[in-house]
Design a protein around this ligand. Structure first.
Ligand code: ADP
Ligand code: ZN
Ligand code: ZN
Length: 719
């Protein structure tokens, strides 16, 4: 009797055997319904074996083998196994992280083959339409030839509804989707830097990793589009990863415009379950030519993968921070190597890991040195020294003057402050009491309008205390600057200006962010106040001033990655200024104008910054010169977490190439009433660290840890 070895979504690092009469190797990569304990589960068949792994254990039969989906191909199974091994995560959970949630339901999921639509009689259809119904007439003309769903949807938001109606009336028929590709719409002629980059990418044979470096507006997206056009012409598929779902609609629009008629699947957490599952199936069947998505899209089966693109590759959101703690960028590189195709990592400020790989010759660096649009100037930078200066509530007179200037010229300003709320803390000047979260090791943020104190870490909130709990003083003051306070201040200063604050508080309602972007584009805003929500990717033609406040806190942080993040963030927010023909100006208020980070930014010299940072990391023994993993534990008390970790350290295999540090309290020790500690492990050898972790996790999983929740993070971004 053959046995199916299944990956199940349970937290056990093993596979489970079930028997199925006359099963053969073709069952691998299919879903199977089985009973597990008292539940019915859907598992993925990983292997078919002649004998069970555990002799002497009662083995249950498979209840049903589902044959509805495209079989998970060998390369994806290999990729998932790689993730399970590399990130030390149970394969069953890796599989279920990688697949659309819909596939966990015990029901077949069928997707009709993508088809095209054509008018039964195009002239008759056109003749039946009113003269002024221009959209309808345009569609009728298009439909003389077969059109794909994607092509029709790209035409207009309401096109699809019309097509459905005509189909119901018998005006249209469905025809097989032709694989012949429609011509892409021509883009702008490439400049020499872009042309060289496209040539390098499309002419590389087999696996090659290209690091495409260029500031915002230097034309990276154009390079992707040209390289993808070439790949599509060869009948291959492209996988494009972007960091944020906020950015996908904009990019998707640009892709659809360029590739009309090409099936483009968009995969991110904002896509409804069913649509995501359908997109996955279309990609796996080879019907979709382009998959565009956030990190979870990296696992999509693509039988004819020809190119991988990771845009803003340095962005931390490519790393999942829970469950399977994978880096989608790193997994994408693995995938490109596996498929022996080119991958492009694009960024203005590459991750130092990627930069280091380029320095070492493993990645090829491609540079786009200027802004692509003729006449567009890079912004000019200026540091505004604030040490021993009088500041009107945090804003320097020079900054205020620059804003006033923009108001007079009818241009927009963005004040960037990455701290939402009114003030970061409530303070009693009599006794020094500070409002702190009782559940976290953190201060409570002041939200003035609601008169509440909120914890930005655990969500706790309370009303303003009527008097200081320490001394009874009733005159307590919010201390420091947040976006709400800045909004209040600017509205007072410039009563004639239209001020708009964009942060997670003001943009809580669904759709409010999109609405805000519209008002900015329509020129209905004069002064924008924004957190990192606004830093990325959005193009505001009338914005000519960016003023940065409070950046210094990133300069001298205990986190060795803080300065890398700060540089990237400032370069990104500066990219918002002056995209059209108006030159932009970036002001950074700082107490440390001589700091090398700011000096490198001013000179637009990322190479210099990267060299300095890498030298420091080498000296201090940090990644990318070492590989790290961190074992985290949380419990009701720190003592329990520490005790667990001490036990874990005692179980660690001995390997002189691997350093195991002592357990320490986490930098944010208390979070939501749980106390947290961690053990850092590092090695100069990735292979040795991997082998060590495998042995360690096996030993650790055999232990009982009732009061403690623990997890392992390989290549952690935060310690
Ligand atoms: P990035 O992705 O680096 O921010 P984009 O590719 O979006 O840059 O290009 C920025 C702007 O310049 C876009 O409006 C784009 O259409 C335009 N652009 C890009 N390349 C060219 C070119 N070779 N000629 C003219 N315009 C270009
Ligand atoms: Zn007090
Ligand atoms: Zn809290």
């Amino acid at each position: 009797m053959p046995y199916l070895r299944l990956a199940l979504d349970v937290p056990l690092a093993r596979l489970f055997d079930y028997e199925l009469a006359d099963a053969d190797a073709s069952a691998v990569g299919k879903r199977a319904v089985v009973s597990f304990g008292r539940r019915a589960l859907v598992g993925m068949v990983i292997e078919v074996a002649d004998s069970p792994a555990d002799a002497g254990v009662a083995i249950k039969p498979v209840e049903a083998l589902l044959d509805d989906l495209p079989t998970l191909p060998a390369d994806i199974l290999d990729l998932l196994q790689f993730c399970a091994d590399y990130y030390q995560h149970p394969l069953g959970q890796v599989v279920h992280t990688a697949l659309p949630g819909r596939f966990r339901e015990i029901a077949p999921y069928r997707v009709a083959p993508a088809c095209a639509y054509q008018a039964v009689d195009a002239d008759a259809l056109l003749g039946s339409l009113p003269k002024r119904a221009s959209l309808q007439r345009r569609l009728a003309v298009m439909l003389a030839e077969p059109c794909s769903e994607a092509q029709l949807r790209a035409e207009s938001g309401s096109a699809w509804r019309l097509v459905q109606a005509w189909l119901a009336q018998g005006q249209l028929r469905q025809v097989a989707l032709s694989l012949a590709l429609p011509q892409p719409v021509a883009g702008p002629a490439l400049n020499p830097g872009q042309a060289a980059a496209v040539a390098a990418i499309t002419q590389s044979a087999g696996f090659a990793c290209h690091l495409l470096c260029g500031i915002t507006g230097s034309g990276k997206t154009e390079v992707y589009l040209h390289a993808i056009a070439e790949v599509l012409q060869r009948g291959l598929q492209a996988l494009v990863l972007v960091p944020e779902i906020n950015l996908t609609p904009q990019l998707e629009g640009r892709f659809r415009q360029r590739f009309p008629g090409v099936e483009i699947v968009s995969l991110h957490s904002g896509v409804a379950d069913g649509e995501r599952a359908t997109g996955w199936v279309r990609a796996a069947r080879g019907e979709a030519a382009i998959v565009l998505g956030t990190r979870l899209a990296v696992f999509t089966p693509l039988p004819r993968l020809g190119l991988v693109v990771v845009d803003e590759e340095h962005d931390a959101s490519f790393k999942q921070q829970e469950g399977l703690r994978y880096s989608a960028r790193d997994v994408a590189v693995y995938r490109a190597r596996q498929a022996q195709v080119a991958i492009v990592l694009g960024s203005a400020t590459p991750a130092l890991e990627s930069w280091y790989n380029a320095e070492a010759g493993r990645y090829k660096r491609l540079a786009l040195p200027q802004r692509a649009v003729a006449g567009a100037q890079p912004p000019s930078w200026q540091l505004v020294p604030t040490r021993r200066q009088h500041l009107a509530d945090g804003l320097h007179a020079h900054t205020l003057g620059a804003i006033e200037n923009r108001l007079a010229r009818g241009e927009q300003s963005l004040i960037f402050l990455n701290r939402r709320g009114y003030a970061p803390v409530m303070h009693c000047s009599e006794c020094g009491w500070l409002a702190a979260c009782t559940r976290c090791s953190a201060r409570l943020t002041v939200h003035m309008r609601e008169r509440r104190l909120r914890c930005h870490h655990c969500g706790w909130e309370e009303r303003f205390p009527p008097a200081c709990p320490g001394c009874g003083n009733s005159d307590m003051k919010p201390l420091g600057q947040g976006t709400q306070r800045l909004e209040e201040l600017l509205a007072q200063r410039f009563p004639q200006a239209r001020v708009l604050r964009i942060d997670r508080d003001s943009m809580r309602r669904k759709g409010s962010f999109e609405a805000a972007l519209k008002t900015i584009h329509a020129g209905e805003v004069d002064i924008l106040i924004g957190t990192q929500m606004l830093a990325k990717g959005h193009d505001f033609p009338a914005l000519t001033l960016v003023a940065v406040i409070g950046a210094d806190s990133g300069l001298y942080s205990a986190d060795f990655r803080a300065s890398e993040r700060l540089y990237a963030q400032l370069a990104q927010v500066a990219g918002r200024a002056g995209r059209a023909n108006k030159p932009g100006e970036v002001l950074i208020q700082t107490d440390f104008p001589e700091h090398p980070l700011y000096q490198a930014l001013l000179a637009d010299n990322y190479a210099d910054f990267a060299a300095t940072e890498l030298a420091e990391r080498k000296l201090a023994g940090f990644p990318p010169y070492l590989y790290q993993a961190v074992l985290r534990a949380e419990a009701d008390t720190l003592a329990e977490a520490m005790q667990f970790l001490q036990g874990a350290v005692a179980l660690a295999p001995l390997d002189e190439a691997v350093t195991v540090w002592d357990p320490v309290a986490a930098s944010m020790m208390r979070l939501a009433n749980r106390e947290r500690a961690q053990v850092l492990v590092q090695s100069g050898s990735r292979a040795r660290l991997g082998a060590f972790l495998a042995g360690w996790m096996q030993a650790l999983r055999a232990e009982r840890a009732a009061k403690v929740r623990w997890s392992l993070d390989v290549d952690p971004l935060e310690l």
